[in-house]
Design a protein around this ligand. Structure first.
Ligand SMILES: [Fe+2]
Length: 195
């Protein structure tokens, strides 16, 4: 194991994370939950920039190219059966349960990512590569904040018993949260261009 392998594993997970958020955009667009869709759009962009910055940084700093970690195998977020449905044909009473499942899956995904980031950190420590650790810590920090955010969203949805009408009413407030997240994204975009 060398630092290139470690970063390759990390980058692979980051790419899968982008696919995860992209599929969630479709999931919530299909169900008509605009706020949740926007949250995933923001995450998709933020994590895309983070992936690119991490990769460029490693190449320039270490002087080595790093592969993305081989095949991307990511469990589909969208059920296959949905590809044969229209948006209007989804049972409204079931939508709350679908939101619950998606929020639980999001929590599970980011927890899994944090486990991988932790493993990468420990590998770099074992190699004595303290110089490479700061960027991994930044990723850990971002994912931990994301996990906290998901837990807040889950509690908010649970407070209305995942009732689909109530969840629909909450979408406007969630869109306002996205505006705050978009501001963070604009700051990240400046860093991205200046990198
Ligand atoms: Fe994420």
């Amino acid at each position: 194991m060398d630092s290139k392998n470690t970063f390759s594993t990390l980058l692979n997970r980051m790419l899968q994370g982008m696919m995860f958020h992209s599929e969630n955009c479709d999931y919530f667009a299909f169900l008509g939950f605009d706020g949740y869709e926007k949250l995933h759009k923001v995450q998709f962009l933020e994590e895309s920039m983070c992936y690119r910055m991490t990769k460029s940084w490693f190449v320039k700093y270490s002087d080595l190219l790093v592969p993305d970690g081989g095949l991307i195998i990511q469990e589909a977020v969208l059920p296959d059966s949905w590809y044969n449905l229209s948006r209007k044909s989804v049972d409204s009473d079931n939508k709350g349960e679908l939101v619950k499942t998606a929020l639980e899956n999001w929590n599970e995904w980011e927890s899994g990512t944090i486990d991988i980031v932790n493993q990468c950190y420990l590998q770099l420590m074992d190699m004595g590569r303290i110089d490479l650790i700061s960027i991994v810590l930044n990723i850990a920090d971002d994912r931990t904040n994301e996990l906290k955010f998901i837990n807040d969203l889950y509690l908010e949805a649970k407070s209305v018993n995942f009732n689909s009408s109530d969840l629909m009413q909450m979408q406007m407030d969630i869109c306002l949260k996205c505006k705050k997240n978009r501001k963070k994204l604009e700051v990240a975009l400046r860093e991205y261009w200046n990198d």
